[in-house]
Design a protein around this ligand. Structure first.
Ligand SMILES: Cc1ncc(COP(=O)(O)O)c(C=O)c1O
Length: 446
């Protein structure tokens, strides 16, 4: 068999002819791996929001990337990220957006994402989990973006002078969520030097001041001049996808007490309580009446907030592809991979198999191993194919059609692979699958 290393269409050089260009565009949007028709969904989104912009410069860069010899690549599309933030801004109306770029921007690269988002309007800050993440994000921003807040959600505790100095040096806004931290912060006078936010626990029982601490917060805020007040007051919904859940009702009740009590004590504070799921349910929550911004992660990267949720115009930013390294025909009785975990039965769907250069050391969840048709799936040769047998460290075997060849690319994450379905196959959630890719998977940004 001839070994053919094929460049995926995403990276192919464009031709000059307008009809070809149109074809390639639709390929990029709807069919970046296989040869099937542009999906109705992608077409609808494209009609509504327009084809994402492509600069001549990024075309040139794409053409220059040579994928020969690569096992697996992660393509990250700036045009999709910009498209998503615009779609989300249209959706959120008056509500501002605080993009969450923690966890390396959900695996997409915190610096790359931050630089792109910092140029967009309607953004009221960037959210990170730790001081180190905050420093990385701040370093990626230009001096002219100094006023863009970088909010540290959980890494500034316990509060010390050193933490304060770190925040000051890198322009970070800490979220204070323990009573001790809040009181130390005030005692040390950091309210005069740093922008900061307060977080209340309204029932999720994760981070936040207890409701019993509200009156103390109020008294402290009343004592200080307005310019030392917190920039924000927040809570976090445990069930943002279930507006009618009893816990949601309780959280909303507590949240409205907080807003009422602090209305005069900190009138300039901006309020927030929810993430992507709250935005998707914004009507039920009357979100724009009760908050000033939403903190968006998953949807920003093109994944809807729960299984089956409408896409509302967002598109996946990340595509992960692996090359077919070897292909073989299968016959009844053959066993595939470690422990022979997959057995080919009479009349099995698995007539051929392809070995992909991607395994658990790259970030493939091992629970996607397949004993029958129960494991994960990929998009290969224009159709869905199942994982056969154990996912191993560097390799994963999948079923394939007779026409698939060595050098073809299988899409593991992207337009053709539903994040929620794949996560369900692995017994997890898309957040987990997005954030697990190792450095061995080469990142290609456009
Ligand atoms: C406090 C907080 N706000 C917002 C988000 C963003 O959530 P999502 O990715 O569902 O939009 C998270 C996610 O973990 C979070 O912990």
């Amino acid at each position: 068999m001839t070994v053919k290393k094929r460049t995926p269409p995403f990276l192919e050089k464009k031709t000059a002819s307008p009809s070809d260009r149109e074809k390639t565009r639709s390929n990029e949007l709807g069919d970046s791996v296989g040869g099937s028709q542009e999906s109705t969904l992608i077409r609808k989104i494209r009609e509504k929001f327009g084809t994402p912009l492509e600069s001549a410069e990024s075309d040139a860069k794409k053409a220059a990337v040579d994928l020969r010899g690569r096992r697996a690549v992660m393509e990250l599309r700036a045009d999709r990220l910009v498209h998503n933030i615009r779609a989300l801004r249209e959706l959120s109306g008056q509500l501002e957006i605080l993009p969450m770029v923690k966890a390396n921007a959900y695996g997409h690269g915190a610096q790359w994402v931050s630089r792109i988002l910092a140029q967009q309007t309607g953004i009221c800050g960037l959210g990170v989990a730790s001081l180190e993440e905050g420093r990385e994000v701040r370093r990626s921003l230009k001096d002219s973006q100094r006023t863009l807040r970088v909010v540290v959600f959980s890494g500034a505790s316990p509060w010390t002078e050193e933490v304060g100095q770190f925040c000051e040096a890198y322009g970070l806004s800490p979220v204070l969520y323990t009573e001790e931290d809040f009181l130390s912060f005030l005692r040390q006078g950091w309210q005069k030097r740093l922008s900061y936010e307060l977080k209340f626990n309204t029932g999720m029982n994760r981070l936040g001041f207890g409701m019993g601490f509200l009156s103390r917060v109020k008294r402290e805020l009343e004592k200080m001049p307005a310019e030392h007040h917190p920039a924000g007051v927040m809570t976090h919904l445990a069930c943002g996808d279930q507006p009618e859940h009893a816990l949601t009702r309780q959280q909303l009740d507590h949240y409205s007490v907080i807003r009422r009590e602090l209305a005069n004590a900190a009138p300039s504070a901006r309020y927030s309580l929810g993430a992507s799921s709250a935005l998707w349910n914004q009507k039920q929550f009357r979100l724009s009446e009760i908050s000033d911004h939403v903190r968006l992660g998953l949807s920003l990267y093109g994944v809807p907030p729960w299984k089956g949720a409408p896409l509302r115009g967002i598109l996946p930013v990340m595509t992960v592809k692996a090359q077919v390294l070897q292909k073989r025909a299968l016959k009844s009785g053959d066993l595939v991979g470690y422990d022979g975990a997959f057995r080919v039965t009479q009349g099995s769907f698995a007539q051929h198999m392809a070995v992909l250069g991607l395994g658990y050391a790259d970030g493939v969840n091992r629970h996607l191993s397949g004993k029958s048709q129960d494991g994960g799936y990929v998009w290969l040769g224009g159709r869905e194919e199942r994982v056969l047998g154990r996912v191993s460290m560097d390799l994963t075997s999948v079923s394939c059609s007779a026409s698939v060849e060595v050098g073809d690319w299988a899409e593991w994450v992207g337009d053709h692979v539903d994040h929620w379905a794949q996560a369900e196959n692995a017994g997890t959630i898309p957040y987990d699958l997005l954030t697990c890719w190792s450095d061995r998977v080469e990142r290609i940004t456009n």
